[in-house]
Design a protein around this ligand. Structure first.
Ligand code: BES
Ligand code: ZN
Ligand code: ZN
Length: 482
């Protein structure tokens, strides 16, 4: 079900035009010349431009060449390489290309090479499982990529393939509609990954176990649906794994109707994406295991639907969390923080010493940061700096927002310890994080609100649909730790 045709990716130290690929991509920086005369002629005529993102097509000796503008050499970084590769790949696919060979810029380091691979693999993603009409039948896609560099970059290429495939796998989980991506389906994917790696273990618990553990907040969200919820706990222990145990936590509400505090109809269909945090966590852990990174980690994914019905939790209901704190549920649409409250506490119980959670948690973060940054809230400056560094390295950007005792007051309950829906319009993304903070306790924790970046990211390598946001960041975070 999850297996997709894989692109065959390799690296070479031979010149790109010596490969057998049907299409060769050559980059050119501002103020620089193209090595091949026909490409230079294209630049001279003005048909090709050096501006980042521009692309021109020509044929040399019967072979297709794409000349990609790379902008200024000083500004060229991994994200620009990812974008350039995606722009080239998309055009190549449109033109019916099946094999691509990238003439990497001279001196390109491992990050640039990796980004060229990621950009190509991500741009080749498509979700067509449900299309049956002939006119919608997509043509062939890229089968082969060779990255030609002036040094042996085999390791960087191999790593980027694993990461790119993990991001695309997360996108499949996201794009699959809620009728086919239930909590049990997510659990099945986690189980499949664990079965493929001896260092990865998984435990899946259902409604009874969630209740038995005292996870009253998670259970309250899950009580409105007939779908069995899943508490998915993954544990990975790489060879020579030392350093603090990493704890990844993901919100996986496979459909968020809002519950009794129902959402408006207009964009409710998008709430199949409300499991994006969980998808990113599952696939990141899969990639970390495939890469064999020397880290120890525990990952917790809370998966459930948030529906309406005679059993559904009601506004005003008060629940007791696993940690003992009580929460007044004043809005059943603020369900993510309820699921995460118990999952964060569970991750700490399971030995997590550094926490990062990913969640499509609030509409407020979309208003604040759009699709450019995920919001980050943290109780620990050093840990926040590590997460920030992983974000900067991968282009999965985060912007830190503050916590403050005044916000903390807003999450105090009228009849219980906490309330899940503070006054509207007052720092909605932050007050959500303030509630979560109570469940991270003393453990260094960073919360990433990915509501604006999880889908329709608008970048050339992930324009529409699920973006897999967070997979690359989490893998980078684990790499930096190893
Ligand atoms: N899943 C939503 C947040 C969301 C909204 C993600 C739009 C992506 C796009 C979340 O469960 C939610 O509904 N949050 C409420 C909280 C409020 C009721 C306190 C929100 O943000 O409006
Ligand atoms: Zn909601
Ligand atoms: Zn939600």
């Amino acid at each position: 079900m999850y297996a997709r045709e894989r692109m065959e990716v390799s690296s070479s130290t031979s010149p790109a035009e010596e490969t057998t690929a049907d299409t060769v991509v050559v980059g050119v920086f501002e103020g620089e010349q193209a090595a091949q005369a026909p490409l230079q002629a294209l630049l001279d005529s003005g048909e090709a431009k050096r501006k980042a993102g521009s692309l021109a097509l020509t044929h040399i000796d019967g072979r297709r060449f794409l000349l990609a503008g790379l902008g200024s050499r000083e500004d060229f970084d991994a994200e620009q390489a990812r974008v350039a590769a995606a722009v080239a790949a998309r055009r190549a696919i449109e033109l019916g290309s099946q094999s691509l060979s990238w003439d990497a810029p001279a001196g390109a380091d491992e990050r640039i090479i990796g980004a060229l691979v990621e950009g190509t693999v991500l741009a080749s993603y498509r979700f067509d499982r449900y299309r049956t009409h002939d006119e919608d039948e997509p043509g062939p896609t890229l089968e082969q990529l060779t990255v030609c560099a002036d040094a042996d970059r085999g390791a960087a290429v191999a790593r980027a393939v694993v990461i790119g495939e993990a991001v695309n796998a997360a996108r499949v989980l996201q794009d699959t509609p809620a009728n086919d991506m239930t909590p049990s389906d997510l659990a099945a994917r986690a189980t499949e990954l664990a079965a493929a790696n001896p260092n990865l273990e998984v435990k899946v618990e259902g409604r009874e176990e969630i209740i038995a553990r005292g996870m009253g907040a998670f259970a309250a969200v899950a009580q409105g649906t007939a779908q069995e919820p899943a508490l998915i706990t993954l544990r990975y222990s790489g060879a020579d794994g030392s350093g603090p145990v990493l704890g990844f936590v993901g919100k996986a509400v496979t459909f968020d109707s809002g519950g009794i505090s129902i959402k408006p109809a207009a964009t409710m269909d998008e709430m199949k994406f409300d499991m994006s945090g969980g998808a990113a966590v599952i696939e990141a852990v899969g990639a970390i295991a495939r890469l064999g990174l020397p880290v120890r980690l525990v990952a917790v994914v809370g998966a459930t639907e948030n529906l309406i019905g005679e059993r559904a939790v009601k506004p005003g209901d008060i629940v007791r969390t696993m940690s003992g704190l009580t929460i007044e549920i004043n809005n059943t649409d603020a369900e993510g923080r309820l699921v995460l409250a118990d999952c964060l506490a569970h991750a700490v119980n399971e030995g997590a010493e550094r926490l990062v959670d990913l969640a499509t948690l609030t509409g407020a973060i979309v208003i604040a940061l759009g699709s450019t940054y995920a919001g980050m809230m943290s109780n620990d400056d050093a840990w926040a700096a590590e997460v920030q560094a992983a974000a900067d390295a991968t282009g999965e950007l985060v912007w830190r927002m503050p916590l403050h005792p005044e916000f903390k007051k807003l999450v105090k309950g009228k009849y219980a310890d906490l309330n899940n829906a503070p006054e509207r319009g007052k720092g909605g993304a932050i007050t959500a994080a303030e509630l979560l903070a109570r469940f991270a306790g003393e453990t260094p924790w960073a919360h990433l609100d990915i509501a604006g970046t999880a889908w329709d990211l608008g970048r050339s390598y992930a324009a529409k649909g699920g973006s897999g946001f967070g997979v690359r960041l989490l893998v980078e975070l684990a790499s930096a730790h190893s």
